[in-house]
Design a protein around this ligand. Sequence first.
Ligand code: ASP
Length: 578
Amino acid sequence: MTNYEATSLRDRLCGSITSSDIGNRLTVCGWVAKRREHGEHLAFVDLRDRSGIVQVVVDGGVDVRSEYVLRVTGTVTARPEGTVNDKLSTGEIEITDCVVEVLSAAEPPPFQLNDRVDIDEQIRLRYRYLDIRREQMQRNLRVRAKVNTALRAAMERQGFCEVETPMLWAPTPEGAREFVVPSRLHPGDFYVLPQSPQIAKQLLMVGGFDRYYQIARCMRDEDLRADRQFEFTQLDLEASFVTQLDIMEFVSQAVLDAAEAATGERPTTIDTMTWAEALDRYGVDKPDLRFGMTLHDLSDVFEASEVKAFAAPTVKAIRVPNGSEYSRSRLDQLTERAKDLGAKGLAWFRVTDEGLDSPLDRFLSDVERAAVRSVDGAQSGDLILVVADEYVQACKVLGALRVDIGSPPVSQGPHRYVWVTEFPMYEGLDDEGNPVPAHHPFTMPHADDLELMDTDPLAVRSQAYDLVLNGWELGSGSVRIHRADIQARVFASLGISDEEAESRFGFLMGAFRYGAPPHAGFAFGIDRLVAIFAGEENIREVIAFPKTQSGSDLMTGAPKAITERQIRDLRIRVSPKV
Ligand code: ASP
């Protein structure tokens, strides 16, 4: 028997009692999950606590209702033959000869807590304290706790030291909108809530903490989605005197430990591919390796094609297994989607025993037809989708269609991890023609590409890497710039003037003048990781008190007005609501 179950008020957890306890008299506490009358003087109560349910048989009846909190002392007895319940861990026994004490009465709950019927999420969030009594939420939050424990243990084992960094701080350079907090003592000035501990952890490296980690809360004022909340939790880490391979190994160990703790199975491999390979084969920078449908290049075949639709630098194709059965309207929808994604069009070919079935078929040469017919080993019954465009555009459109069509639900295994390396340094140009950093501006360019920074910035690769799980970006990291001359070049390439660099990041650059070790780091989202382990599509399901899509907390009513007094103290002015 595990003695952590016992407290001054109870001996055991409800769900832990088994036939080996038969004959013992013991005390349990919990909530009334269900109550059934049997004749006039016998009541069956299912008593629930975090561990499960035990059946309590009360002679003489009791006046209890759903969700009353009880303390029950009774004798563990074998259930009469024919009443054993195989689905319950406690299904062979019941507690009889009971003394029942009502610790707390309860109003009828606004929704049923026992079953798995679909409950409106608004109601669940409004009464979140009841919602988290449900088995699914209990399980999810416990998976999360196990993941946190495993991550901490993995980092400690690898020699990392946990350091807490400030919540009230100066701006951080992750590129998202920031939450600001007015200062009472410095009227008119504001703190900024951290988008990440990025600068703090780099300062810790200067400070000689050569392996730092933190389970860190980060705040970003961005529109919410299924995989995004205003505040989220990261495993954040940084290390000195390392290369990107060292960081990838530290993180891999932590993630594999977390996976084992959460699922009972340790994944055997984490793949690695470059960003360029990911784009070429999957059309995205977060490839889902659970399924095939990879992109195939037909550019050579169509180079001198007569077909106008294929007159483009790149022609790429994917094979949709059994896609021939798609109706015309489904194919039209896919074409619309491709156009929404920026394609000029989408060519489709049903693969048949005879060849291809498509309005475009009669325009193809024999060589072209044979090439389309054999994309990815196509079989009769498959569908081939073809996009012709500039290279990146063709890849991205097909990559998005591949995910739309083929992506399995989150709950469907296996878990396929992949490191994506050598991200481009810049993701494009802004309106003023300055390159926009793909990661933050402290990311080290690839050593071989320094020369390109002035001549062809968009071709510069960085020493940044992402970890991807089943098509979800878990997190990113990079080798950082620790040399003032390279940092100055990167700032200049971003159009950040010396004055602006000084005012925004002067303290970091100042710190670097006092001996900055080469360093690199990473951060990944624990909410996303746990959601995948728990098989949940939405990270709200693994967060105790999340916000709705529109950023509200339905339980507390936040965000809401503050008092006049608070407004006065902060010396801020609030415009009337529009
Ligand atoms: N600070 C980065 C982020 O939050 C991660 C890193 O570069 O370590 O995405």
